[in-house]
Design a protein around this ligand. Sequence first.
Ligand code: ADP
Length: 554
Amino acid sequence: WSRSDFPWSKKLEANNKKVFGNHSFRPNQREVINATMSGCDVFVLMPTGGGKSLTYQLPALVCPGITLVVSPLVSLIQDQIMHLLQANIPAAYLSASMEWNEQQEIFRELNSGCCKYKLLYVTPEKVAKSDTLLRHLESLHSRDSLSRIVIDEAHCVSQWGHDFRPDYQGLGILKQKFPNTPVLALTATATASVKEDVVQALGLVNCIVFRQSFNRPNLWYSVIPKTKKCLDDIDKFIKENHFDECGIIYCLSRMDCEKVAEKLQECGHKASFYHGSMDPQQRAFVQKQWSKDEINIICATVAFGMGINKPDVRFVIHHSLPKSIEGYHQECGRAGRDGQRSSCVLYYSYSDYIRVKHMISQGVVEQSTYASVPRRNSNASSDRVLETNIENLLRMVHYSENDVDCRRLLQLLHFGEKFDGANCSKTCDNCHRALSYTEKDVTNAARQLVELVKSTGQQHSSSHILEVYRGSLSQHVKKYRHDSLNLHGAGKHLAKGEASRILHHLVIEDFLREDVKKSDLYGSLSSLLKVNESKAQNLCFGSQKVFIRFPTST
Ligand code: ADP
């Protein structure tokens, strides 16, 4: 697909320069354009900033007829249209929030024999809910004027993805109605199973897949244990490494954003906050201040992200646990777009896992801008989504607890990409420490911990279980008479960190489950460990073994 002797090649080159002002194509752009212009269905996985828009805007310009683009967010669509109009490419959009008159005007234009638009953007809701739109598309199609269908942020189709959006699932109707119109599905984030799901749901036929490495060599990754002094640590980290430089601090809750921003201001940083409870003017104001470098640091929920195109973001700090590896990768990806070295630091604590898990189950966690996941209704589909969200979160716990393997390798592995850890060149904390590791058989300790959870009635938290296991004689342990249990002190030869890693591993691998609840009127959380009997059977009475890698101390 990289040939430059297709009938359209010269026209493409000329328009890429003249209209879009680009001197050349970026990796895979030419290939994707050739494949879609040959009439194939195409699935494109290209990192954020890779140049996905050109792969459909350029074909739209040089092909007769209209390109339909399904995109999740009106503000993104407006931004795209503004750029297209500036380049003199006629484009329009339809969304449910538009005035009836405005919509009629666009429909009239689509109906006219010589429709001026080259691109028509719509939100997925519009496709799902508007028969009028489908009728107009049918009419365009019958006049050979529907040249291509583009699905942007295509991973939103999949329930396995981290940004499932129900209206995206209805987009399969487009291929059913227009089987011969080529579809181009674009995303910056999809694992192999998400990709399969998307291809199936959209009904893509003999689809050609382009995927690019997700590796961002200029990003340096590290995970730091989160303590009570976390905000002091963040202040120190910025002053020592990125003083007066630009960065984003992702926080879990709106209150966290404000708290972190306030602390950083006190420490002399030009910081502000950004979250979903602010009104649109306030948010636009902060974003503008940030783009103009009037403030350096934004403390934000994941609502801050889409459409950020600032090239010189030097650090992305996660003040609490991200909800998935995909989300984490995408949020980190906002750093270092100019290719310069940038830091991605994650402050991790297991108790944040409990907090995020609770928020996910309650449906109160703030979503990235375009996700809208059904949570509270108890139908099978939303149960499955909830389960997937919790699995995704556990993968993030696994990543954070791993203090041995190359972080880059772990992230890329998640996207199904092989990476030779030796090539990380010490750009992650684990490779930097370059510790060797030993793989220990911890089956015995794992069995004992499961037994202990059972014998204490599955009514206690992981920290209580660890205390009993390591032989604590605290008030709390005595109160429940857990100092008289057989397994009291069975793990006293293990370091605290080692015992907790084994316990967390049992949760990650689903032998144990955290049952998170609000424990009092003030909303403090309690989490009780429960045994997953079906899995634990094999561990306690069968041949299942548990291994964990531990760094070898130097
Ligand atoms: P994505 O959608 O993949 O995140 P965009 O389509 O928004 O990326 O492109 C990111 C930036 O790269 C835009 O500013 C765009 O103008 C620029 N860009 C895209 N293709 C090229 C190219 N071939 N040469 C130079 N700049 C490009």
